[in-house]
Structures are given as structure tokens and as C-alpha cells.
Design a protein around this ligand. Structure first.
Ligand code: ADP
Ligand code: MG
Length: 264
């Protein structure tokens, strides 16, 4: 175990469904999702807009209740947001009036940890995301990529067992995206935290994940969002996006997402 290991837990989704609105006029956003995520696994969820990716993630976060089926973290049913799960969205959600270090210290402070422990966690995760030199800067003084690093560190400082990310790099330029992807990969190896990562970028999913969950359907297709296939990415690390093997995975998943494959 490395010094930065912060605990981990498996996640189980069983016949998960979510309907928005009433029975007679609502939208069945997601239906019949079964997924067993191992402790420390990196899962990516891909699919076209509206197929229910964010819905699944919000249910895992506890922001939203399932209307059928169940979800559990470390065997315990998810009924509300909890410190065992850390959530990172596309918008960084930082406190602009707090410095980088203060933003990262915010969670440990709220947990009323002893002062030296708060400081230790803040320093450690400021370093983990490579921002030690910027610890006293404010979010407004940082680039988008750096702000997202702060957002990740802030969540890690709460020592979650599961990291839930919804298109976290979607608003960043391509170069910053690939920097942060590599960074997240390193953080995952270091912390062994379970990651559930939603993206519409197939390349990002194949680069990052142990397994890619491909979702299809969605209200605009007249069928509820569901899992079309789960693809295990059997590629050596570090992954090279230029190899034929990498591109074969991209093509396979793209066919599934766009309904041009052998499924339906
Ligand atoms: P994705 O993240 O894959 O783009 P979402 O989970 O956001 O998909 O949405 C899935 C479906 O559920 C869409 O048809 C969307 O319009 C619908 N939906 C999402 N959130 C709500 C909501 N709060 N109320 C009603 N419908 C919603
Ligand atoms: Mg979404």
C-alpha cells in the first residue's frame, strides 16, 4: 500500500431503474441496469446524450432516488449522499473566496478533524494534484485545468471510497484534457479508489477504464436507457491511443453507441 491509499469499496447496481415524473406522463430514463463494480476498479460509462449516464451517476451519489432496483456501496444501500462517495462535475464548484489549500482543507475541516490532520490532508492532496506552488492562490487566478485539479483534490481530501465523475474534463481544451486524464490515472493507481467516470468521449473511456459500460436508448429513442454491453479493456499500461489495438476498442464501442454494431 502506498502512503496515499485512501480506502476503496465495491459498488453494486441491481436492476436499477429511474422514472422521472408520474407513472402516466413521466419519462423512463433508465431501466434494468445491472453492474457489479469491484473495489478499486475504474469504470467508464459512455453513451449518446440522453441515454441516462448522469441519471445513474446521480443515483450513485445519492442525489436522486432510484424508482426501481437498488444500489449499494460496500454492501450498504445508497439512500443519500455520504462521505464514502466523492463527486466531481464539469463545473469545478470551488469556493472563490478560499485559497487552493483552503478549498482542499474544507472537507476535513467540516469533519472536525484535528487542525494538524486537516493541514496534513490538505498538503498531501495539494501535492497529489501538483499544485503545491499554487496553494495560496485563489480559484480565479487559475486556469480551468488547474481549477479542476483543485476540485479533484478537494474530493480526495475527504478520503472517499468511491470517486464519481460526470464529464469532469468536458469543458477543458484537448491538451489539458489529456494531461488530466494521465493525472487521474496516476491518482487512481496511487489511491486505489474505485472510480465511476461518465463521459461521452469514447477515446477518454478506453484510455482510462478497466471496463467500459456502453449505454444506449434514452427517451428520444422511445426506449429507456440501458446497458448495451460492458467491454473489458485489455490493454497494457501506459495506454497508447495510437495503436491499432486501442483503435479497435474505439471502433467496437463507437459501433455500439451509434447502433451500427451487431446488437440493437
Ligand atoms: P445523459 O447524462 O446520458 O445525457 P441524463 O441522465 O441526463 O442523460 O438523462 C436521461 C433522460 O432523462 C433524458 O431523456 C433526460 O431528458 C431525462 N431527465 C434527466 N433529468 C431529468 C429530470 N430531472 N426530470 C425529467 N427528466 C429528466
Ligand atoms: Mg449527462
Amino acid at each position: 500500500m502506498t502512503e496515499n491509499t485512501i480506502g476503496t469499496a465495491g459498488v453494486t447496481l441491481t436492476d436499477l431503474g429511474k422514472r422521472y415524473g408520474p407513472e402516466w406522463a413521466g419519462v423512463q430514463a433508465v431501466e434494468g441496469v445491472d453492474l457489479d463494480i469491484a473495489s478499486g476498479e475504474f469504470i467508464a460509462i459512455v453513451g449518446a446524450s440522453g441515454c441516462g449516464k448522469s441519471t445513474v451517476l446521480r443515483i450513485l451519489a445519492g442525489f436522486e432516488a432510484a424508482t426501481s432496483g437498488s444500489v449499494a456501496v460496500g454492501g450498504a444501500p445508497i439512500i443519500a449522499p455520504g462521505p464514502d462517495r466523492g463527486v466531481v462535475f464539469q463545473d469545478y464548484g470551488l469556493f472563490p473566496w478560499l485559497s487552493v489549500k483552503e478549498n482542499i482543507a474544507y472537507g476535513p475541516k467540516r469533519r472536525r478533524l484535528p487542525k494538524n490532520r486537516v493541514s496534513e490532508l490538505a498538503d498531501r492532496f495539494t501535492e497529489t494534484v501538483g499544485l503545491t506552488r499554487f496553494a495560496d492562490k485563489y480559484p480565479g487566478q487559475l486556469s480551468g485545468g488547474m481549477q479542476q485539479r483543485v476540485a479533484i483534490a478537494r474530493v480526495l481530501a475527504n478520503e472517499p471510497k468511491v470517486l464519481l465523475m460526470d464529464e469532469p474534463f468536458g469543458a477543458l481544451d484537448a491538451l489539458t484534457q489529456s494531461e488530466l486524464q494521465a493525472e487521474l490515472k496516476r491518482i487512481h493507481v496511487e489511491t486505489r479508489t474505485t472510480v465511476v467516470f461518465v463521459t461521452h468521449s469514447i477515446e477518454e473511456a478506453v484510455f482510462l477504464a478497466d471496463r467500459v459500460v456502453v449505454m444506449t436508448g434514452g427517451a428520444s429513442h422511445g426506449v429507456a436507457g440501458h446497458v448495451a454491453r460492458i467491454v473489458t479493456i485489455d490493454l497494457p499500461e501506459p495506454r497508447d491511443v495510437t495503436t491499432p489495438e486501442f483503435n479497435e476498442y474505439k471502433r467496437e464501442i463507437s459501433d455500439l453507441v451509434h447502433g451500427t454494431g451487431d446488437h440493437v
